[in-house]
Write a protein that binds this ligand. Structure first.
Ligand code: GLP
Length: 242
């Protein structure tokens, strides 16, 4: 696992956008694994800017997202499908049939089967991950064991509280979600985790200080990935060292 420190969040986003574009230029039908939340917003902005400048072509690219809230459809403003439409899909030439999202209003069992069948036959070429303050990746929350496949998650109080900033009221935050499990993450050919802000310092500090793979720190699965990078900015790196 490589640990990369950049000057700023913008530089981290640019560095990762270049990694994504390199993968797409080498394999025009690459499968991109995508995350939501504030952390990857800069990456998506750079990819959109580069698409508009003619530097990257999404016409054969496919995508698969990590997770979705149960109960929220793609038209709901807080769903991850809506987020992806706003930040990336509606701005680039990706084909709708190449986009793989969990339907939060679908039957969870059907959504899980659909995702696992797809992932078994299509390893992700490059996957962007954010990280929760408690070290979660996707919605794989700290637990006594890792879960291999796509599964339903009861969100922790910490995560509900952290994500309530996007909702009018904490009571509106869904309590359950569906997330890709560890199989999709460890079989990805390249995994890049972006973190910024003091709230992530504790989890990143634990991640880089030990190679122990611990389900109570879900991001520690990155030690098992064949090619993984953790990208942080100077401010976060300094707060870890204090
Ligand atoms: C959510 C998502 C994660 C994301 C995390 C951090 O819980 N399921 O994929 O990494 O939030 O979000 P942010 O980047 O906004 O801090």
């Amino acid at each position: 696992m490589k640990y990369i420190v950049t000057k700023s969040y913008e530089d981290s986003s640019r560095y990762i956008a270049n990694l994504f574009e390199k993968v797409i230029s080498e394999k025009n039908d690459a499968l991109l694994g995508l995350a939501t939340g504030s952390s990857p917003e800069g990456l998506y902005k750079d990819l959109v800017d580069d698409y508009k400048a003619g530097k990257v072509d999404f016409s054969n690219v496919s995508t698969i997202n990590l997770d979705e809230y149960i109960g929220l459809g793609r038209m709901h403003e807080q769903s991850f499908g809506y987020y992806m439409d706003q930040h990336l899909f509606s701005h680039v030439n990706i084909k709708n049939e190449n986009i793989h999202l969990i339907d939060g209003q679908g039957n969870p069992e059907d959504e899980i089967r659909k995702y696992d069948e797809y992932l078994e036959n299509h390893p992700i070429d490059i996957l962007i991950l954010g990280i929760g303050g408690n070290g979660h990746v996707g919605f794989n929350e700290p637990a006594d064991s890792f879960i291999k496949g796509t599964h339903v998650v009861n969100l922790t109080e910490d995560t509900i509280k952290a994500n309530s900033r996007f909702f009018n009221n904490i009571s509106e935050v869904p309590k359950r979600s569906i997330t890709m499990g560890m199989y999709g993450i460890v079989t990805a050919k390249k995994v890049v985790l972006i973190a910024s802000g003091k709230a992530k310092a504790n989890a990143i500090s634990k991640l880089i200080s030990s190679e122990r793979i611990d389900p109570h720190l879900p991001c520690s699965i990155l030690h098992l990935c064949s090619d993984s990078e953790v990208v942080v900015d100077e401010t976060l790196d300094e707060s870890i060292r204090q």
